[in-house]
Ligand binder design. Structure first.
Ligand code: CA
Length: 131
């Protein structure tokens, strides 16, 4: 039992081109909800699998923000889950407006994701081979 498991692990680890480069970019949002504290101050946190790729700057006082940051991850694999969390920065607690999750696949893909509390997040990702 143990030896066959080791063999499977050995085979999985030995697969060529298992890891690829992920890039996430062109992040923008439309129609973000405002609250009583004022117009939305939006930012996005980006994750791939268990890795944190980073977060954007806060775009103050706009319900239609865009972000110029680009996020890269060199250890991505097809079927990993890309996760984007959209927040509204507030004085005490930042408000989670919505979460976008999907399994990544090779190529370049643009997506629109509807946020639970209102508004839409637009983003593009590319999954390609490491050079
Ligand atoms: Ca706010």
């Amino acid at each position: 039992m143990a030896s066959s498991l080791s063999l499977i692990l050995l085979v999985l680890c030995g697969l060529p081109m298992a890891q690829a480069q992920l890039k996430v970019f062109n992040l923008r949002a439309t129609g973000l909800p405002s609250d009583i504290l004022g117009i939305t101050d939006g930012y996005v946190k980006v994750f791939c699998g268990s890795a944190t790729l980073g977060k954007t700057e806060v775009r103050k006082d706009t319900v239609n923000p865009w972000w110029e940051e680009e996020f890269s991850y060199f250890k991505a694999q097809a079927q990993d889950v890309l996760r984007l969390e959209v927040y509204d920065r507030d004085l005490v607690f930042d408000d989670l407006l919505g979460v976008c999750q999907r399994q990544i696949r090779p190529g370049t893909h643009a997506h629109d994701c509807f946020l639970k509390k209102g508004g839409t997040l637009h983003y593009v990702y590319t999954l390609g081979q490491n050079n």
